[in-house]
Ligand binder design. Structure first.
Ligand SMILES: Cc1cc2nc3c(=O)[nH]c(=O)nc-3n(C[C@H](O)[C@H](O)[C@H](O)COP(=O)(O)O)c2cc1C
Length: 160
């Protein structure tokens, strides 16, 4: 059983993604963490008008993974365009399980709804979603919320 943790961007979201990685490791679950990028590393602010033109650069053997953890910052009350485009670029995910997470400052808007909508075209099973919010940089105390969240969901991962 293998988990792919795919996230964007450079500050708070990777802290949560890496925390998930540590928690999987501590629980004997094989996971891999990857930054979602487009071939031109388009800055976030320029992505909004270019979403459908972004060429996702991650190349993976998607069949290898049973679970996908997808993380995005909340950007303008929604998910980051490159994360949307990443989800759209994936093949059919039948029999795969997905957890969505987002980081933000407390105004999540339609972030999870947007990602869920795209995911629904991929036939994956969405098993959970969560938003981690703070107006401050995520410190150890904040990351304990990720630990607590993981405790709540860890039984959803089959260890085989
Ligand atoms: C352009 C931009 C738009 C944002 N819009 C929102 C928003 O609508 N709601 C919210 O809660 N946070 C918003 N934020 C804050 C980010 O979601 C938050 O700081 C997030 O944790 C950043 O993650 P990152 O450091 O991994 O990019 C915005 C940040 C940026 C840069």
């Amino acid at each position: 059983m293998k988990v792919l943790i795919a996230y964007y961007h450079f500050g708070e979201t990777p802290k949560v993604a890496q925390r998930f990685g540590k928690l999987f490791l501590a629980n004997g679950i094989n996971s891999e963490t990857v930054l979602i990028e487009d071939t031109k590393n388009t800055p976030l602010k320029k992505q909004f008008k270019l979403e459908n033109k972004l060429e996702i650069s991650i190349q993976k053997n998607w069949d290898e993974y049973d679970y996908f953890i997808i993380g995005s910052p909340v950007t303008s009350f929604s998910s980051a365009p490159v994360v949307n485009q990443f989800l759209k670029s994936l093949p059919d995910l039948k029999e795969k399980k997905v957890i969505l997470f987002a980081t933000g400052i407390g105004l999540p808007g339609n972030t999870i709804k947007k990602l869920t909508g795209i995911l629904s075209t991929k036939n994956a099973e969405l098993i959970d979603s969560e938003i981690f919010s703070s107006i401050f940089p995520f410190d150890e105390k904040k990351l304990k919320e990720v630990d607590a969240y993981f405790e709540r969901i860890k039984d959803k991962f089959k260890k085989n």
